[in-house]
Design a protein around this ligand. Structure first.
Ligand code: GRG
Length: 294
């Protein structure tokens, strides 16, 4: 199995899907649609939508079937990055190697572009799967829960609250990571399973895999913030230490943080091994996330 060739193929499918399923940049009002596409088309690893397509493929679904679900996930992820970068949140100038949306446009346009991507994700699921109401309902429910107040937005809220103190606990940190980061990774895997017709037990396995992969992904994000440079990351490095933010690196040290991430990666791979079908690509992708450099 050639990981990089299959990854390239799926990233290309995702980017074609984004182009096909998101309004054109010249749609009126053009400034809004241009801002939505500016952030979506800035690149990024496309981890979440690739997970959706790869998982659907495990259960025998063609890429096309899961593509709207994959695009919806990337729309929500990109909205969360746009809003996270705003001055009222993380106040960052650089994302995916380019000026953040509010720098390239303005704050109000960036806010609205995020809102519009969030709304578009659900409209897309409702229309693309309209012929299969049970699937549409399951996908919309899964994504709404993952992106909602108990998970992505709740994780972001606790993250903002934790930033105001320098002594956040391991429990608070786990809540933040599970919800700010793991929720969307779990949803990416489960939505792929739903699009592929996975059984309920298989969806549970996907959820467990996503939880471990999400925790590993965030711990590695913290390690990279502490060790990598801004040019490589395409976003400002060293922000956590500068802000005195509690992270796995601060709580446990670099080596232990790396070890905890490796344990979660191993746990995610064990879950994936229990799934039906040819799991080689998914396994290799999860393993490669552990040694990512950006
Ligand atoms: C504003 C509701 C709301 C949520 C913001 C995404 C987010 C939550 C905050 C961004 C900061 C951060 C460290 C989030 C954790 C998840 C994460 C590591 C996001 C970055 O994901 P990547 O590395 O980004 O997959 P690319 O650009 O590759 O898609």
């Amino acid at each position: 199995m050639d990981l990089s060739a299959e990854l390239k193929r799926l990233v290309t499918r995702v980017e074609d899907g984004l182009d096909r399923h998101v309004p054109r940049a010249d749609t009126r009002p053009a400034r809004l649609h241009a801002a939505m596409r500016y952030s979506l088309e800035a690149g990024g690893k496309r981890l979440r939508p690739v997970l959706t397509l790869a998982t659907a493929g495990l259960f025998g679904a063609a890429d096309d079937r899961a593509l709207p679900a994959a695009v919806a996930i990337e729309c929500i992820h990109t909205y969360s990055l746009i809003h996270d970068d705003l001055p009222c949140m993380d106040n960052d100038d650089l994302r995916r190697g380019r000026p953040t949306a509010h720098k390239a446009f303005d704050e109000a346009t960036a806010l609205l572009a995020g809102d519009a991507l969030l709304t578009h994700a659900f409209a897309l699921l409702a229309t693309a799967y309209a012929g299969e109401p049970v699937l549409a309902r399951a996908l919309i429910g899964e994504l709404a829960e993952a992106a909602g107040s108990r998970r992505l937005i709740g994780g972001q809220m606790e993250d903002l609250l934790a930033e105001k103190k320098t002594d956040a606990t391991a429990d608070e940190l786990e809540f933040i990571h599970l919800n700010k980061t793991a929720a969307m990774i779990e949803a990416a895997l489960v939505m792929g399973g739903l699009a592929g017709g996975a059984s309920e037990p298989a969806c549970d396995t996907l959820r467990h895999a996503g939880r471990h992969l999400g925790l590993a992904f965030q711990i590695i994000d913290d390690v990279l913030d502490a060790t990598a440079d801004t040019a490589t990351l395409g976003k400002t490095a060293g922000k956590d230490a500068k802000a005195g933010k509690t992270t796995y690196v601060k709580l446990h040290g670099l080596d232990a943080a790396r070890r905890i991430a490796a344990d979660h990666t191993a746990a995610a791979r064990r879950e994936i091994a229990a799934l039906p079908g040819d799991t080689a690509f998914l396994d290799a992708l999860v393993a490669s996330m552990a040694s990512r450099t950006k």
